[in-house]
Design a protein around this ligand. Structure first.
Ligand code: PMP
Length: 774
């Protein structure tokens, strides 16, 4: 790599007007009527007007830019004209001998290279005059220029310039020139981050020749504030494409009070032309800060080299400092998120929450909403959710995003399949077969057949039809406050939802194994067996109907997250089987690794259910559910009945489901759920020492219930306090829920990417909220 001299260290050319006029005529055949000197940081520029009304830019180059650099620029300009003639770049006008540049002689016989270009219209504008639309458009033009240069190469583009962000580490050498301690430390912090987060990734990003210096000094704007001329290509280099955008954001926007907001507009404009890759978007805030820090450091150095030199002290350095301060004040992570969101072009954001709520209530009057003051979410990331005002919430509630909100691998799988093929399961396709094979591979031996459907309700509904067909019976058994779905058949299996007197005749209930407040307590010997014994009575209550199936959620989530010891389910399975019924394990809540013991929560009990229902987390948010069933049971369904649902098992849904399985495995999420869950339960037990309201802490893995009581002796449910606490936690940026027959059990069921740091945050906020309630 060739090191290029700093053009500012080399004085700009200083041809007399007369010499310029002579050269122009001699070499280019242009007779200038007037020559107007134009501002230039390192070159000497003239506007040449002829008597015939033609107008040119005559550029005498800084001697630091040798012939190869000028060749590079001319070649780039020609390439741009070829691939995107609409881009407002200057045309290179050859000399009389068809050469791109000619040698001219200046003061003291110093030779310079001179070039002639078409003159571009437009004017310069201060950045605070730019509208948001203009800033967005600036981003678009930056992207268009980058696209036009995509296929361009020139050996001279390999030159090293300090301004190229990939060499930012070299800015460290300039640190001693920054006099102010605080400022120097700030630049150092930015460079530390650059070296830790950016430098290792930059070489892996899309790279090409870029303009590299799209500042307001290097463009002209028209009356609509759109770029009408890109006039300086002096910093072109081969580097990561995203650096071009970072430079534009830093250089155009520094000094604006709303630099961060404006940056979002520019980034969004850029991404509307050239979508950013995730890895590029993730680096934007650091790259912008690095550019600003570079400017601060280089200004300090130059000011020391040339004290009082107007060209160097009249820089935008104060604006750079302000922008840097703004990024630090917002926090690198927060600024980074904003930039990344802007690049992603969030489809929904910014609608005022109150208006949205009113609209929703008009057209969706039956849809329930959490919280007195509903949370208006626009984005999720890992264990975090973000509202329309950019506030973030720790998600301790949602099990659907099992591998974390917005997991890129799932998103990519869905997008790729949606683009490629989205049909239905009546055509042969590999995804549904692979998914069924993967699922049955995780289940006990006899569970070898799969039906892929669209919701937990649908899977439970089908299980009910199969159970009736296979057993010839029509009675069902569920626990006293269970939930298994919203269809007619599954509503019948969901006592949690029954209005009074609504219990169907074919459904019997059995008390759930509540060892804290129920009939049998954990400190009584054989309490789980006694609960299981109640199943026999319930079967009797079904009378002639007989038991077709018992449905059980192994976590007993709706019952208050009872998470009984494994021997309860083992005993229950034995009783159901003895009664000739089938056992349906509803893993919609507790499955997919949540229990921390394996993918399926029933497995810890050593049972072999007859059917297993999967839902919620299965597609990380993409609707997909499944029923895994013994093939002999399936065979009992009448042949006339086609078990097909249009969207069930479509290639997109199956791709999502396969990606979820891959990520759970690759990221070791089952083990993580077990470890984080134990840690969190320990912490919650610690809180119980100082907060009387906590009566019980229980659960497995990351399915945790915290039962609130007004009186630990009488174990009276504290339902109002549970509601109040979920509101108080929401105010503190933590989302959780309340469940159980009395609604007094805090429900903690986060995405499995939840880690100790998240657990610590939850614990400290809960401690605080509980203290406030006392
Ligand atoms: N079973 C259980 C245990 C559930 O929690 C739910 C949903 N809360 C369902 C079934 C129904 O699933 P879906 O909402 O996908 O129909």
């Amino acid at each position: 790599m060739v090191q290029r001299a700093d053009p500012l260290v080399v004085a700009p050319p200083n041809l007399t007007e007369e010499a310029a006029r002579r050269s122009l005529l001699e070499h280019f055949g242009v007779a200038a009527e007037t020559l107007t000197p134009l501002a230039g940081e390192r070159d000497q520029n003239f506007r040449a007007d002829t008597a015939g009304g033609q107008r040119f830019l005559f550029k005498i180059s800084n001697p630091a830019d040798d012939r190869t650099i000028l060749d590079l620029q001319a070649a780039a300009l020609r390439h741009i004209q070829l691939v995107n003639p609409a881009l407002p770049v200057m045309r290179v006008l050859p000399g009389l001998a068809a050469q791109d540049h000619v040698a001219v002689t200046g003061y003291n016989d110093q030779p310079y290279l001179a070039r002639l270009f078409t003159f571009l219209p437009g004017r310069r504008m201060p950045n605070d005059a730019l509208s948001t639309a203009a800033i967005r458009s600036f981003g678009q033009t930056t992207a268009e220029l980058g696209r036009a240069l995509r296929g361009f190469f020139h050996p001279a583009a390999d030159y090293e310039i300090l301004w190229d962000l990939k060499h930012a580490s070299r800015v460290r050498e300039l640190l001693p020139h920054i006099g102010d301690d605080g400022r120097r430390q700030q630049v150092q912090r930015v460079l530390d981050r650059f070296e830790a987060n950016v430098a290792p990734v930059l070489p892996t990003l899309r790279a090409q020749v870029v303009h590299g210096d799209l500042s307001l000094d290097n463009v002209l704007l028209d009356d609509e504030q759109r770029i009408s001329g890109i006039v300086d290509f002096g910093d072109m280099t081969h580097t990561a494409l995203v650096c071009d955008l970072a430079v534009a954001v830093a250089d155009v926007l520094h000094g604006r009070d709303d630099a961060l907001d404006a940056a979002e507009a520019m980034i969004a404009g850029y991404a509307s032309v050239t979508p950013l890759e995730d890895a590029e978007a993730a680096l934007l805030a650091d790259l912008v800060a690095t550019r600003l820090a570079t400017e601060v450091a280089i200004s300090a150095w130059r000011n020391e080299l040339y004290p009082g030199h107007a060209a160097y002290s009249e820089t935008g350095e104060p604006g750079c400092r302000a922008f840097l301060d703004g990024i630090e004040a917002a926090g690198f992570d927060a600024a980074g998120r904003r930039f990344r969101d802007a690049a992603a072009g969030l489809p929904y954001r910014g609608v005022p929450t109150a208006d949205l709520l009113a609209r929703r209530r008009r057209v969706l009057p039956s849809s329930p909403l959490f919280y007195r003051d509903p949370v208006h979410l626009v984005r999720g990331d890992g264990a975090w959710l973000f509202d329309a005002d950019g506030r973030r919430y720790l998600d301790c509630y949602n099990n659907v995003p099992v591998v974390g909100h917005g997991h890129p691998q799932v998103a990519r799988a869905v997008a790729a399949q949606q683009r490629t093929l989205a049909t239905h399961s009546r055509y042969l396709h590999e995804a549904i077969v692979e998914l069924a094979e993967r699922l049955t591979g995780t289940m006990p031996g006899p569970l070898d057949a799969v039906l892929v459907v669209n919701s937990g309700s649908e899977a439970n509904d089908l299980a009910w039809r199969i159970a009736r067909a296979a057993t010839g019976r029509c009675g069902a058994l569920v626990t006293g406050h269970a939930y298994h779905g919203l269809t007619e058949a599954t509503h019948a299996l969901s006592p949690e939802e029954w209005a009074s007197g609504e219990q169907p005749a074919h459904v019997a209930t059995v008390p759930a194994p509540d060892g804290y407040r129920g009939a049998f307590r954990r400190d009584q010997d054989g309490w789980t067996q006694r609960y299981a014994g109640l199943i026999d009575d319930a079967v009797l209550a079904l009378g002639d109907r007989g038991l077709a199936a018992m449905y059980a959620d192994p976590g007993f989530t709706a019952e208050g997250i009872l998470a009984p010891p494994p021997d309860y389910l083992a005993a229950a399975a034995g009783r159901v089987s003895a009664a000739g019924g089938l056992l349906v394990a509803d893993e919609v809540q507790a499955g997919y690794g949540r229990a921390g013991t394996g993918l399926w929560s029933f497995a810890a009990s050593g049972i072999e259910p007859d059917m297993v229902v999967l839902g919620k987390p299965m597609g990380n948010g993409f609707p997909v559910a499944a029923l895994v069933v013994r093939p002999d049971l399936l065979a009992a369904v009448p042949r006339q009945t086609e078990l097909f649902s249009t969207f069930g098992g479509n290639p997109v849904a199956c791709s999502a489901a396969l990606a979820v399985l891959d990520v759970i495995e690759a990221e070791g999420l089952v083990q993580r759920a077990g470890q984080t869950g134990s840690y969190l339960r320990q912490g919650l037990l610690g809180l119980a020492d100082s907060h009387e309201l906590i009566g019980d802490v229980r659960g497995t893995g990351l399915l945790i219930g915290v039962e609130l009581v007004t009186d630990r002796q009488a174990r009276r449910p504290a339902a109002a306090q549970a509601r109040q606490l979920t509101e108080a936690m929401r105010q503190r940026g933590v989302l959780l829920g309340a469940t159980g027959p009395d609604g007094n059990v805090l429900k903690i069921r986060p995405p499995l990417v939840f880690g100790r740091e998240h657990a610590d945050l939850l614990l400290s906020r809960l401690d605080d909220a509980l203290a406030e309630m006392r």
